[in-house]
Design a binder for this molecule. Structure first.
Ligand code: CMC
Length: 434
């Protein structure tokens, strides 16, 4: 693995206690600049404080580039627009994980390897059975993914690229089955296995939608929309869940345990859980009488915790390029499937109002990927509580790619520092005197 950065001939000077220290200025391949503070503490005794890591790079990476100001997203140098419109999800997965677009032979080999692994131990059903029907599928998915470790202990100790490949293929094969089971349990549908005669995306559809009394026929509108959605979600550099996967993996916990932790991080409403929160918000606006202006006002009121779900992004401060692609796709899907839905009308109203509102314009709050993905998932008939699971299905290759890069680069264990602000020396009082 070769992660490249250029060490600039400039340095950054930090003066502290009348002493001056030089730190290298680094430049990435897309001209991003950063100060290398690797030796800051050993040289100066100081640490930096950056809650939420708004200014801190945790690694160097060859996988994904995004420019939040210009609204650019690229995987391994290929624009997201090209990939979403021209590529197949599995090609993109290969590209993210291994660095190059696959040849026909390489893709075929990957598909065959995944097919071999498209099966899980029947005993996983016992674990699934013990969850209540009301369990959120993200919690179920995190547990089942973690349980894969117990059923495949050989995939834990990764000592060679061969071990690594085996674990990766296992996860790509087994994960769609787990995601479908998490949903089918809630719906009371039989737990089925992959159909390896189908392409990867159509197999995902049959795992989700196939009913026991029907022959499953893939619908090209659903296939296209899912392919695009999964590609657009496939990676997003060092976001909350990906950083989680890297940090858990940095302790050399296995791939499945690391991804399970990533699923938990993705679940939250401020991250992947926003797609579910968008539809729930639209539904509550509808049941409240459909007055979008009232909710716009609430979103702007600093004394009200309500936020407009599906708006704003930590890094995109202009527009979210994924949202731009999905907006077109959402219109196509609604038209092709002939869906009319009052909740989606509310979405359109809210979008127009927010795009023309000073508060949202000033803070650069635009509809994000979750705003439109929620709308498409709903039109495809996917239950609301499954939306974040769909995000996880798409993000899987990104998590794997980032975990693989971290291991191949031999990154040190992730272990941030802190500034302690608690009490200093205190005298212990025995329990009976307190
Ligand atoms: N509705 C109303 N006000 C908002 C919103 C919103 N959705 N998002 C940000 N603001 C305001 C915020 O109150 C603050 O205002 P002020 O400067 O007056 O205090 C300002 O905009 C900056 O917000 P922030 O919270 O400092 O920004 P952040 O970068 O920490 O948070 C965010 C980014 C995505 C968590 C946030 O915009 C948000 O909560 N959005 C709604 C949830 C959502 O849609 N999440 C999906 C993100 S995209 C998919 C993913 O990557 O997971």
């Amino acid at each position: 693995m070769h992660s490249h950065f250029i060490c600039m001939d400039k340095t950054i000077k930090i003066t502290y206690n009348d002493k001056s220290f030089d730190f290298d200025l680094l430049k990435g391949s897309e001209n991003e600049l950063g100060i290398n503070i690797k030796d800051l503490r050993s040289k100066t005794g100081l640490i930096t404080l950056d809650p939420g890591y708004k200014n801190s790079g945790s690694c160097i990476s060859d996988i994904t580039f995004l420019d939040g100001e210009k609204g650019i997203l690229k995987y391994r140098g290929y624009s997201i627009e090209d990939l979403a419109n021209k590529a197949d999800f599995l090609e993109v997965a290969y590209l993210l994980i291994f660095g190059e677009l696959p040849s026909k032979i390489q893709l075929e080999k990957l598909k065959n390897n995944i097919n071999e692994e498209s099966i899980v131990d029947e005993d996983l059903k016992v674990i699934l059975k013990s969850f209540p029907k009301s369990a959120h599928p993200m919690g179920v998915l995190a547990s089942l993914t973690s349980a894969l470790t117990a059923f495949n202990p050989s995939a834990v100790d990764i000592n060679s690229e061969e071990n690594m490949f085996e674990a990766i293929v296992m996860l790509l094969g087994k994960f769609p089955i787990l995601t479908s089971w998490a949903q089918r349990k809630v719906k009371g549908l039989p737990l089925i296995y992959s159909d390896i005669s189908l392409p990867y995306i159509d197999n995902i559809s049959q795992l989700m939608f196939k009913r026991p009394n029907q022959k499953y026929e893939p619908n090209p509108v659903v296939t296209n929309a899912l392919n695009k959605l999964l590609i657009l979600h496939a990676d997003h550099e060092q976001n909350c869940s990906t950083s989680t996967v890297r940090i858990v993996g940095s302790s050399h916990a296995g791939l499945f345990a690391s991804v399970s932790a990533g699923i938990s991080a993705l679940w939250g409403r401020l991250h992947g859980g926003a797609n579910q929160a968008v539809i729930e918000m639209l539904e509550s606006i509808r049941s409240d009488g459909g007055d979008t202006k009232k909710f716009m006002k609430k979103a702007k009121d600093k004394n009200d915790p309500f936020r407009l779900m599906g708006f704003g992004h930590r890094v995109y401060k202009n527009f979210d390029p994924r949202a731009k692609i999905l907006k077109v796709s959402a219109d196509e899907v609604l038209k092709e499937l002939g869906v009319t839905d009052p909740v989606l009308e509310i979405a359109k109203e809210l979008e127009t109002e927010a795009l023309n509102d000073k508060y949202f314009i000033d803070r650069k709050l635009y509809p994000n990927v979750d705003f439109y993905s929620g709308i498409i998932y709903r039109a495809l008939g996917i239950p609301t509580e499954m939306f974040t699971v769909m995000f996880a299905l798409g993000r899987l290759p990104g998590w794997i790619a980032q975990w693989r890069e971290m291991r191949l680069n031999n990154e040190p264990i992730g272990r941030p520092r802190q500034i302690y602000t608690g009490p200093t020396d205190r005298v212990f009082t025995p329990l009976d005197l307190r």
